[in-house]
Design a protein around this ligand. Structure first.
Ligand code: NZQ
Ligand code: ZN
Length: 380
């Protein structure tokens, strides 16, 4: 196990009717800005619950943070936040609203152009942020990361600052989610675990078992959620799985990969593809390409998650990758670039970008532009 520092200060507030606790969680003297997405919260009762809980408090609303939050929208929020002297942010929505609000939290205290912060990749000074999560997927509710897009230049980059001070997770608010968003959220959660698990063997039994417990839970609940997406118990399991998949718990002292995510971000930047959908296409291709390098861990994963125990290693590995792709297919997602109408021109553009940035991901930092080309060719 490698050395590590673990720090996660987010207060997790979980369960039905917990949105009512907002007034206790945000100090009474704060000038709050509440940030929202496109309006789903107006039709599922979340907006009423939030505004009721904050009745009589000093708050401003900011609407319209889109999926894959765009820098131009966030700059408007930053301007409004500065104008109103906002000193507390409440993000009500999914990963996009929360991520966007993490940048707003830094941008309000920054004199320059907020895109500079994104290009720099981090910010130290932020105003405090709480969240009401409406879709299980990204883990943004309990981590210090964000991913910010610029549609004008077709770019999308990670940005790191501070964790939310609290996050409220009420599984009943997920009952209004469209099937496609649930599928993308399940795929995202699954691949978050894989980016931290499917690397090297024998680094930590405990981390492996924690990761495997999340993967097995997802494999178990995914078909059940398809049958009944308004089941409180199932959606609770989904919601907490998504949070635990990317809040630092399963990454203690172990290697991490993230090549699939970085390639996926390019597919979103260039084609607007939903985040979870990009991963369902890229991840099986990553496994096919790096099967030799990741051999022992794929064998462990195949055995413990899919019960693949017989046959020679090469056969077990192929079957395990097939089962992984099949999991995404059964969610209703595409698993090949061809299905999404994406061809060689996009592959070459992504390789060009990786080369230009001297990018190298993967647990050993050897997934360079050339390897990315092989991965994407293996996603056709
Ligand atoms: O905007 P509204 O109208 O609210 O609709 C949203 C949006 O259209 C809708 N939705 C959310 N909750 C709903 C709902 N519809 C009905 N009922 C509800 N309860 O769902 C759509 C998708 O929302 P979005 O926030 O975009 O989804 P998600 O949480 O998957 O976030 C995706 C973004 O997070 C980034 C992705 O790259 C992408 O930009 N990620 C952030 C990470 C992080 N911060 O750690 C890690 C991830 O790997 C990921 O990259
Ligand atoms: Zn993700």
């Amino acid at each position: 196990m490698d050395n590590f520092i673990f720090y996660n200060p987010t207060r997790l507030i979980f369960g039905k009717d917990m949105i009512a606790r907002l007034s206790q969680e945000i100090p009474a003297d704060k000038r709050i800005m509440i940030t929202f997405g496109g309006g789903s919260v107006k039709t599922n009762g979340v907006y009423e619950q939030v505004t009721q809980a904050l009745e009589g408090r000093d708050y401003t609303e900011f609407w319209g943070i889109e999926s894959n939050p765009d820098i131009s929208t966030l700059k408007k929020a930053i301007e409004l936040g500065k104008e109103k002297n906002i000193d507390f942010l409440l993000a009500v929505g999914g990963g996009s609203v929360i991520d966007g609000t993490k940048l707003i939290a830094a941008g309000i205290l920054y004199d320059g152009d907020a895109w500079e912060l994104v290009k720099k990749g981090n910010a130290q000074y932020t105003i405090p942020l709480g969240t009401v999560l409406t879709i299980p997927a990204t883990g943004s509710e309990m981590n210090n990361g964000a991913v910010i897009s610029c549609r004008e230049t077709h770019e999308k980059y990670p940005f790191f600052s501070h964790h939310p001070v609290f996050s409220i997770l009420d599984p009943t608010v997920t009952f209004s989610l469209p099937d496609y968003q649930i599928a993308c959220g399940l795929a995202d959660t699954f691949v978050h675990v894989m980016e931290q698990y499917l690397t090297k063997t024998n680094e930590s039994s405990l981390m492996d078992r924690w990761s495997e417990s999340i993967l097995r839970t997802l494999v178990q609940i995914a078909p059940q959620i398809k049958e009944n997406k308004q089941d409180y118990h199932l959606m609770s399991e989904f919601m907490i799985s998504a949070t635990m998949a990317l809040n630092g718990f399963i990454a203690m002292g172990v290697s991490e990969d993230w090549a699939t995510h970085m390639i996926g971000h390019e597919l979103t930047a260039l084609h607007g593809m939903t985040h979870g959908q990009t991963l369902a296409i890229v991840f099986p291709g990553t496994l096919r390409t790096l099967a030799d390098k990741k051999r022992d861990k794929i064998l462990q994963y195949g055995e413990r998650i899919w019960g693949v125990t017989s046959g020679v290693p090469s056969v077990r590995i192929s079957l395990t990758i097939e089962k992984t792709e099949d999991f995404f297919k059964k969610l209703g997602l595409k698993t090949r670039l061809d299905e999404a109408g994406i061809g060689d021109d996009t592959i070459e553009e992504i390789v060009r970008r990786f080369n230009e940035r001297n990018a190298a991901y993967g647990e050993d930092g050897d997934v360079t532009g050339e390897v990315v080309r092989q991965i994407l060719q293996n996603c056709k």
